[in-house]
Write a protein that binds this ligand. Structure first.
Ligand SMILES: [Zn+2]
Length: 731
């Protein structure tokens, strides 16, 4: 029982040390600057160094405690106690469990769940935890040392409050909704707190309350806490307490909504953080059909995401919410509704995208209202129901916008957001050279509502042929179907491909970026020798929009998606071919044909292999031996008698066709020659041949340096061909 209960708690409370000081607007800073630089540029008004919400080298206190629990070093009860100590900055937390909590937005502990669990704990643990469950203005609270909560009260049901402690003062908002408390015992600090509380009241009156009521709908304002007397601050208003908590806490009185809430904030809490915490009070007004808001994967992640979004919605020109963005964008392969103390805050980008892309913030409120419908089991289903087209349409567009760089940089324009999604390995691949070829793949193993990004740049001219093999939404394999091992692409079953989407961002030299859907394309090729296909950058985004099947991942079934880059030419080849006949019983002279040739890409018949037609061919011939003389020159025409193929995208495993060239050239040209004083009519033979490797006569290949210097002897036809070709790049 204990272990199960601890696991439930491990999820839950919300914080604000980082966000305690809201930042001034930074809209005047250049968009190209990193946010860290922007905050420096904002100067002395930034009170402390900002840290991004991502895992620092030392884990958080909560992570250290969870690890010790998992290793059996501490009991579930002790872990719970320590987590509450960490939440309140209590000195009883042993040093070994004091982590770096500076990047936490809120504490992951849910005090309502602690309250529910209390009766199951030891008497000592109950005594230690009880003060943290009492609002700070009451005797027995952690804020009123030296007092103790009335022991006569049942501890498993609120209230557990004693009398109000002395020294607390308050202001009320003009709208009659919120009371803000501070401890006025020390004159100087009390005066500063009084001034700050008054300022907070004006933020609530002027900005926070009107905006949140507008978006969350009139019927879902924070629930009155009249029923919670005597712990309720004396009336039904929402109580906000200025305290010394290291992290803000929006604490519901009841584990499940609708529940009234009280809010503990740090004494210097700024307006954006206040908006975040008050958004939680709005969220607790809903009766969620599938359970409690404290359920991390069902609702709580969306609670944090939309509370973080409220910071932007209420104060769009302030950017405190952006601190959470890296915790999402650096881990795109993590499921959307993950709750890990960080990711759920960064997930504010989803409501941000929904709001800013449509101009309609009401979808966010509607998602919460939809969570009350009896057939909606969690927040994901609610979001799917309220956005146009559901996740199938939303998710590929959202992850595209998370790229937040050319050509999709709306976040920069909407909100000066400079963070962008990380690639699967955190880098951009730009090979300094390709020869002879590179096979680059990236992993696809995507849980519900996640994505992965791969980014390639091509600046070296020897990257001539590029192919994308779609191992994400096809079953990519290498198999021998009769011509040696080739890439093969078979469709996935509907179940295997569910939610899969492949997006390509394509930048070709001299052209604007194009945004393409490659989900249905088994492969895509580019010939960088051609000006029209001179790929400079390629960004591939694979995403999984499935939101229902938690156990399933969108995975590469056999081979992962692969980018194949080769120095094999694909536009035009120039060079020479020498054909020399063999001495045979039928002829004692030798025929030579030397041709200067240009092969030109045939756009019609080019695909994975490239077909060329004869562009120009200047041939000269002569005979030697057998007392024969004769020579001449002529121009080869470009007829279909002459053809040339290159196997640009055949994998290395294919010993027959890898880098093969194929083709033939025929002249059937009538000439005359002289042998032993007599004139003969003669028909010249083939000027060019590179046999099909499948014919068993061997393979003529492009060399690793990209040129052709091949010799083929055709014993049947009685000729030897020496082929020297160099690939050309279209100017
Ligand atoms: Zn929160």
């Amino acid at each position: 029982m204990r272990a199960k209960f601890a696991a439930t708690l491990a999820g839950a409370l919300v914080a604000c040390a980082l966000l305690a000081q809201d930042l001034p607007p930074t809209t005047d800073a250049p968009q190209t600057q990193a946010p860290a630089l922007q905050s420096q540029a904002a100067g002395a008004r930034v009170p402390q160094i900002r840290r991004h919400l991502e895992r620092t080298t030392r884990p958080s206190s909560f992570a250290l405690i969870s690890e010790a629990l998992a290793l059996g070093q501490i009991s579930a009860e002790t872990a719970l106690l320590y987590r509450v100590f960490a939440t309140f900055g209590d000195e009883r937390l042993p040093a070994a469990y004091v982590g770096d909590d500076s990047a936490l937005v809120e504490s992951p502990v849910n005090l309502a769940a602690v309250r529910v669990a209390l009766p199951t704990l030891s008497a000592e643990a109950q005594a230690a935890l009880r003060p943290f469950l009492v609002p700070p203005i009451y005797e027995g609270s952690w804020m009123a040392p030296g007092t103790s909560a009335p022991s006569a009260r049942r501890l498993d049901t609120p209230p557990m409050c004693g009398r109000q402690a002395t020294g607390w003062e308050w202001v009320q908002t003009s709208n009659g909704k919120v009371r803000i408390w501070w401890l006025g015992l020390q004159p100087d600090a009390g005066q500063a707190d009084a001034a700050h509380a008054t300022e907070m009241a004006s933020w609530i009156d002027n900005d926070i309350w009107p905006r949140l009521v507008e978006v969350m709908q009139e019927g879902h304002q924070p629930v009155s806490d009249l029923s919670q007397a005597p712990c309720n601050g004396g009336n039904g208003l929402l109580d906000v307490y200025l305290t010394d908590v290291p992290h803000c806490v929006a604490d519901p009185y009841l584990a499940c909504g609708p529940s009234p809430v009280y809010v503990l904030v740090a004494r210097n809490t700024g307006r954006q953080t206040l908006a975040h915490e008050i958004m939680h009070a709005f969220q607790y007004s809903y009766k969620l059909a599938g359970g409690c808001l404290s359920d991390n994967e069902k609702y709580r992640w969306w609670g944090e995401a939309t509370a973080q979004w409220a910071m932007d919605y209420v104060y769009p020109s302030r950017q405190g919410e952006q601190d959470a963005a890296p915790a999402f964008l650096k881990y795109p392969e993590v499921a959307l509704n993950t709750f890990n103390e960080y990711h759920e805050y960064g997930a504010y980008l989803l409501p941000f995208y929904i709001h800013r892309s449509t101009g309609n913030p009401f979808t966010i409120g509607l998602s919460w209202a939809t969570c009350e419908a009896s057939d909606v089991p969690d927040a994901l289903h609610a979001i799917d129901a309220v956005v146009d087209g559901g996740f199938d349409r939303l998710w590929p567009e959202f992850v595209l916008h998370n790229w937040n760089g050319a050509p999709v940089d709306d976040y920069q324009h909407w909100d000066s957001l400079a963070y962008h999604a990380s690639t699967y390995d955190g880098s951009v691949y730009n090979p300094p050279q390709v020869a002879p070829d590179l096979e680059l793949s990236f992993p696809v193993d995507l849980p519900r509502l996640s994505a992965t990004y791969a980014h390639y740049k091509f600046t070296t001219d020897d990257a001539r042929s590029v192919a994308f093999w779609n191992g994400a939404t096809f079953q990519l394999d290498k198999r021998d179907l009769g011509e040696g091992v080739m890439y093969t692409e078979d469709p996935l079953s509907a179940e295997e491909g569910k939610g899969g989407f492949v997006r390509a961002l394509v930048k070709v030299e001299g052209k604007p970026w194009s945004i393409e859907n490659w989900t249905e394309r088994p492969w895509v090729t580019f010939c960088r020798d051609m000006a029209d296909e001179r790929l400079e950058e390629l960004v591939l985004i694979v995403s999984n929009s499935d939101f229902q099947d938690y156990g399933r991942h969108l995975k590469a079934k056999t081979l992962p998606p692969t980018v194949w880059v080769s120095n094999l030419g694909c536009w035009q080849w120039t060079g020479t071919v020498e054909a020399t006949s063999l001495v045979s019983p039928l002829s004692d002279f030798v025929e030579h044909i030397q041709t200067e040739v240009t092969w030109k890409r045939d756009p019609v018949f080019s695909g994975l292999a490239v077909h060329y037609t004869l562009g120009e061919g200047a041939a000269s011939w002569w005979v030697t031996g057998g007392d024969c003389t004769g020579s001449g020159s002529y121009t080869l025409d470009g007829g279909s008698d002459n053809s040339f193929w290159t196997e640009n995208h055949t994998p290395r495993e294919n010993g027959l066709y890898y880098r093969a060239i194929l083709g033939g050239g025929y002249c059937f040209r009538d000439v005359s020659m002289t042998c032993s004083g007599y004139q003969f009519d003669h028909q010249l033979g083939n000027w060019f041949e590179a046999p099909d490797p499948g014919s068993g006569q061997g393979t003529s290949r492009v060399k690793p340096d990209g040129t052709v210097d091949a010799t083929f002897t055709d014993t049947n036809g009685g000729r030897t061909y020496t082929i020297k070709l160099t690939p050309q790049r279209q100017p």
